[in-house]
Ligand binder design. Structure first.
Ligand SMILES: NC(=O)c1ccc[n+]([C@@H]2O[C@H](COP(=O)([O-])OP(=O)(O)OC[C@H]3O[C@@H](n4cnc5c(N)ncnc54)[C@H](OP(=O)(O)O)[C@@H]3O)[C@@H](O)[C@H]2O)c1
Length: 236
């Protein structure tokens, strides 16, 4: 496989759901997509399906809660392809539906923040040095309407707070990195028909992937530090 010249995107949690659809869309747009997953076998199975469609993809094990695994995937990508252009922080858990802040199970809170906020943050700090070498980078954080202050409410409190933290990280990194031509944005997919979804889904993963692929391939003059839904600005 010769990927010289292709932009390279690392997508977390790409073995299924929205992450798989984003990786597929990016590869269809001409990037090389590195599909990562907690299970090496699951990552490779997903990549093999996309290779059957003629897409340029590879797989790598990545557990975003394991710092060594995070460092390994970003470094291996830099060495193997000579570049890491795009990071999509998609991996997340939602394990506290119905939970109230006033009586929270702090172990669920810790695990959720570790995966959804710290996991994405770890991936950023490991990927950014590779992007700085290129003088180019696009970081896309997958958030949720449930993290916005306009829709803040009880229930799923760890999930909400982890994603609100991710929103703050998006703004802070964007401010730090725009001079390096690294654009950092967040988008909510709305309700998508995946294993995580509950209630009525508004979109398929393929439909929702559009906004994330758009943010992953923004021109240098593109927005940074902003939140989107269906390519439209959304209030934090
Ligand atoms: N579906 C919705 O309606 C909806 C709404 C708003 C926001 N979102 C966001 O969309 C993103 C994708 O979710 P989804 O709907 O596609 O859910 P999903 O089908 O449950 O997929 C979640 C993905 O994250 C992975 N993951 C979880 N913990 C991980 C870890 N520690 N390290 C690496 N990967 C990990 C899962 O891997 P395993 O297969 O190993 O579990 C899976 O690939 C999430 O950020 C979610 O918060 C979804």
């Amino acid at each position: 496989m010769n990927n010289v010249g292709k932009r390279v995107a690392v997508v977390t949690g790409a073995n299924r759901g929205l992450g798989y659809a984003i990786a597929r869309r990016l590869a269809a747009q001409g990037l090389h997509a590195v599909l990562t997953a907690r299970s090496e076998q699951a990552a490779e199975q997903a990549a093999a399906k996309l290779r059957e469609e003629g897409l340029s993809v590879s797989s790598h094990q990545l557990d975003v809660t394991d710092p060594a695994s995070v460092v390994r995937v970003m470094a291996d990508t830099g060495v193997t392809y000579g570049r890491l252009d795009v990071l999509v922080n998609n991996a997340a858990i939602a394990i506290d539906r119905g939970q109230q802040a006033s009586a929270a199970d702090m172990e669920k809170v810790r695990a959720t923040i570790d995966a959804n906020l710290m996991g994405a943050w770890r991936c950023c700090t490991a990927a950014i040095p590779e992007m700085r070498k290129l003088g180019y980078g696009r970081i896309v954080n997958v958030t949720t309407h449930m993290s916005t202050f306009g829709q803040m409410n009880s229930g799923s409190v760890a999930y909400r707070i982890s994603k609100t933290g991710l929103n703050a990280l998006t703004c802070i990194l964007a401010a730090e990195l725009h001079v390096a031509n690294i654009l950092v944005n967040a988008a909510s997919p709305g309700k998508v028909a995946t294993r995580m979804a509950y209630g009525k889904a508004e979109q398929t993963p393929d439909e929702a992937a559009d906004t994330f692929a758009w943010l992953a391939t923004l021109p240098d003059s593109g927005p940074t530090g902003q939140l989107f839904y269906r390519r439209e600005p959304l209030q934090w």
